[in-house]
Design a protein around this ligand. Sequence first.
Ligand code: SAM
Length: 222
Amino acid sequence: MSIDFKKFSGTGMTSDSSREKLILILKGEGIKNSKVLRSMQLIPRHIFVDEAISSKAYDNTALPIGKSQTISHPMIVAKMTEIIMAYEPRRVLEIGTGSGYQASILSLLVDKVYTIERIEYLHNKSKKIFQKIGIKNIYSKYADGNTGWPQKAPFDAIIITAGATHIPDVLLDQLSSNNGILVSPIESNGKQYLKSIVKSQDKYNEKIHGKVNFVPLLGGVS
Ligand code: SAM
């Protein structure tokens, strides 16, 4: 994919040097995958948020994107991406497009990204940003992600970017049986943890990767 990223070099707090500082923070917090770090350096996070808060885009923090939703904390985006990239996925499904930032990071790393958003306003807005950047391997859908995208299954990886109380079986069914990986925040006793599940034939291998704090995975569309 040839994208002219220089077009998106910002100034001041959104400049390339602010982005480089963020990459150093991510490295300091333990992100090691150089391809993930490169993708986070290239994708201009400031264009996924309103201009009024774009000076905060390279802070290591979640930010509002409207409709009571957030663009995730860069460290969490990096961590979830690094977890799935260890399995070298080529086709990834994301539940919770939000701003489109996580999908854009993935688009530089895998062949195809399928992403589902339940809020029409965010679905439309993120689609425009994908076009603006010139990303052509993201396929997005306005729907309730709890049912996945059966027509495009199986997926090598599934990322859920909203806090679920449980992983819907239908999503596990859409995961490749050949080391397909799903990563999601999971709520338990009022706390949220990042969980990964690797599917190998009919066996599931689960792992917890620490505490997180995501907006909830809801049902239906809005
Ligand atoms: N990945 C996003 C990004 O890069 O900006 C951040 C996602 S935000 C933390 C969570 C998103 O999940 C919100 O946009 C929310 O509307 C969406 N969401 C929640 N439940 C959903 C569902 N059942 N299906 C699809 N999207 C859902």
